[in-house]
Design a protein around this ligand. Structure first.
Ligand code: TYM
Length: 343
């Protein structure tokens, strides 16, 4: 049987990329495979790698749990918990960081793009990493610890997490070899890349839809109303190199991105959607996309507004989740400590 683990940062209301690239797939896994063990975490410690307003972080942390329930995850079926309520994540992360070469961390594209950003911000041509916090560099080790603590075999994520997953496999393998025993400590986790793996920014189809982009019109939030969705989609970047609508991610990235979103909402192949839309104008395409997105999120949006106020229930789910997570990970840590000689 598979053990499935995944995580999401509590940095505000999730956007359509998080929903299509991760959350909707978690729900699908829950509903399709009753024999799998499912563990989903809200990763508060990862959020601290960027500056956070503590009051907002506390609110986002609770809201994210409400979102997980609103999209249809069932706390009876899955372990739903806050990473920061189980300190074994940081304990394992420390141990793993001591067998992980810094060179591997410097090769992560997430690290390289942070470096590039700080270089642009400071207008310096020399790469200077001395001002970036150490957490940004070691973040993927904490992610590996999240996964390995539960000896997860499968990790559903979007395309942007593929490299981190490969590193987690490397770290698992390196622990297994360094601390050899009669049985292998960690299974090598496999990435389950979501079919709609990369949802793009509405304003810049060269980059992914992200929580941290400065323009709020570049992303659709799970709480956006039908009118807000329509306005953002109407303002999305498209092109007019030929009339009508065609799927061509290289020459027509904006138009193609809208077709991908439509396909993901309808759970259809993008080619099928593209051929159905050939005769449309961009205006017609956008009307259809906005309606499809609204139909997709209407249920979770209403459910979120309802659950977010049930503070007592949310606290209870979080408490139970933390207990279950600690019980599972304690078994791993007894063996890890033994193998490294710190039992
Ligand atoms: P995070 O919080 O940035 O994103 C959560 C999930 O959403 C996916 N995603 C996207 N998918 C498609 N298109 C997009 N534009 C898009 N933006 C985000 C991400 O791939 C991810 O699956 N480091 C992770 C959190 C994490 C984690 C883990 C994940 C911590 N520990 C262990 C898996 C296993 C992160 O920052 O995800």
């Amino acid at each position: 049987p598979r053990t499935i683990f995944s995580g999401i940062q509590p940095t505000g209301i999730p956007h359509l990329g998080n929903y299509l690239g991760a959350l909707s797939n978690w729900v699908k896994l829950q509903n399709e495979n009753p024999q799998d063990k499912l563990i989903f975490s809200i990763v508060g410690w990862h959020a601290l790698t960027l500056p956070q307003n503590p009051t907002e972080l506390a609110a986002s942390r609770r809201d994210m749990l409400a979102v997980l329930l609103a999209v249809g995850l069932d706390p009876k079926r899955c372990v739903l918990f806050h990473q920061d309520s189980n300190a074994m994540h940081t304990e394992l992360a420390w141990i793993l960081s001591c067998i992980t070469p810094t060179g591997k961390l410097r090769r992560m594209t997430s690290w390289k793009s942070r470096l590039a950003q700080s270089r642009n911000a400071n207008d310096e041509s020399e790469v200077d990493e001395s001002m970036l916090n150490a957490g940004l560099l070691t973040y993927p080790v904490l992610q590996a610890a999240d996964i390995l603590l539960y000896r997860a075999t499968h990790v559903p994520v979007g395309e942007d997490q593929r490299q981190h997953l490969e590193l987690s496999r490397d770290i698992a393998d390196s622990f297994n070899r360094t601390f050899r025993a009669s049985s292998r400590m960690f299974p090598l986790p496999t990435a389950l890349i979501t079919p709609s793996k990369r949802i793009l920014s509405l304003k810049d189809p060269a980059s992914k839809m992200s929580k941290s982009a400065s323009d709020p019109a570049s992303r659709i939030l799970l709480t956006d109303t039908a009118n807000q969705i329509a306005a953002k989609v109407r303002a999305a970047v498209t092109d007019s190199i030929t009339t009508g609508v065609t799927y061509d991610p290289v020459l027509r990235p904006g138009t193609s991105s809208l077709l991908s979103i439509l396909a993901a909402c309808a759970d259809e192949e993008v080619d099928a959607v593209a051929s159905r839309c050939t005769g449309m104008s961009h205006g017609e395409l956008k009307t259809e996309v906005a309606a499809a997105v609204d139909a997709l999120i209407a249920g979770p949006r209403a459910e979120f507004e309802r659950i977010r106020g049930e503070v007592g229930y949310l606290d209870q789910v979080a408490r139970k989740g933390a207990e279950a997570a600690k019980e599972l990970s304690a078994q791993t840590m007894v063996q890890v400590r033994q193998r490294v000689g710190l039992n």
